[in-house]
Design a protein around this ligand. Structure first.
Ligand code: ZN
Length: 319
């Protein structure tokens, strides 16, 4: 039994050694008539004589490291997200046709917009030409829709307003596309501040059949202005306005890497500067009511690329 085991083990080890370029270490091919002299050992006899073709063939590529299929975890629902690892040997991967960014170990982040459809598929293209697909169901949410039998308010679309607004939007778009180097996207997010949730993500009013824009973040009220709040995850500050924007007031944007970023609106004070690297839990600003706000609160918006996400699905309920 143990002899058999040794034999199998010996063959296994021999096979492994063969993968590591044994042909280069082997003696040159025996000339005709000398074979019995140079191959006295049984195991040596089992080794196929190297041929010139074998010597010239480059070693096979290393076996890909990683899972054989997609591994992921997260919140598979509208406004939710997934974090996972692509199959070993993945050259490129997509979710719903959108290219994913993989880190060195093949880890990725992806998310589902507030209005995402009921299904999505992860697709990996492997270095050996194969394709691995992982379909998933994205559950719908029951958004709080309020129907109002009045015409939609006209808003501030005057030309005078837009003259001020356009450069603000340009700064916001640039900050959200900064693509800063951060691994904050790999962390479990924490609440920036605790208080009463005074507005939920996704709420929407429909004015006489015409939908208004939905609430793009979560509102947290502590009952007063000036309450400090912290970074929900590591990141890089990509916008810290020096003056209040017309709607957002003092606005702070933090890039968590891999296309994921947080915006904090209506600050009374921002205590970090553009380019700063912040750590999860670090004090970054104070709640206020600057810009378009009816009272002091923190509006926290989360985006992955162009998808708007529900912060509640990153932190879990507030305890
Ligand atoms: Zn809000």
């Amino acid at each position: 039994m143990s002899g058999l085991f040794r034999t199998i083990l010996g063959i296994t080890l021999f096979a492994l050694a063969g993968c590591n370029g044994a042909a280069i270490d082997s003696p040159p091919p025996a000339e005709v008539g000398q074979a019995e002299v140079v191959q006295p050992i049984a195991t040596e006899a089992a080794r196929p004589a190297p041929t010139p073709t074998q010597v010239l063939t480059p070693p096979p590529p290393p076996e890909p490291i990683g899972p054989t299929t997609f591994l992921y975890d997260g919140q598979l629902t509208q406004g939710g997200w997934i974090r996972g690892q692509a199959p070993g040997g993945t050259v490129s991967a997509t979710l719903g046709g959108q290219a994913l960014v993989l880190n060195e170990e093949g880890y990725f982040f992806a998310a589902f917009d507030r209005d995402a459809g009921p299904s999505a598929t992860l697709v990996a293209r492997l270095q050996d030409g194969r394709t691995v697909e992982s379909p998933m169901t994205v559950s719908p949410r029951k958004w709080n829709i309020e129907r109002i039998n009045l015409a939609r308010p006209r808003g501030k679309a005057s030309e005078a307003f837009m003259v001020r607004r356009r450069p603000e939007l340009a700064q916001i778009n640039a900050a959200r596309k900064a693509d800063a180097p951060s691994e904050g996207w790999r962390q479990d997010f924490i609440w920036p501040v605790k208080g009463r949730i005074s507005g939920r993500f996704g709420n929407q009013r429909i004015y006489a059949g015409v939908p208004g824009s939905y609430h793009s973040g979560i509102d947290i009220a502590t009952g007063r202005s000036g309450t400090p709040y912290v970074a929900p995850a590591d990141g890089v500050v990509t916008l810290a306005t020096k003056k209040p924007f017309s709607l957002e007031g003092y606005l702070l944007i933090i890039d968590h890497g891999n296309g994921l970023n947080s915006a904090f609106l209506h600050n009374s004070k921002i205590v970090v500067s553009e380019g700063d690297m912040v750590k999860q839990g670090q004090y970054i600003g104070n709640i206020g009511s600057t810009g378009s706000a009816t009272g002091p609160h923190l509006h926290w918006g989360l985006k992955w690329r162009n998808s708007r996400l529900d912060p509640l699905l990153f932190t879990g309920p507030m305890n």
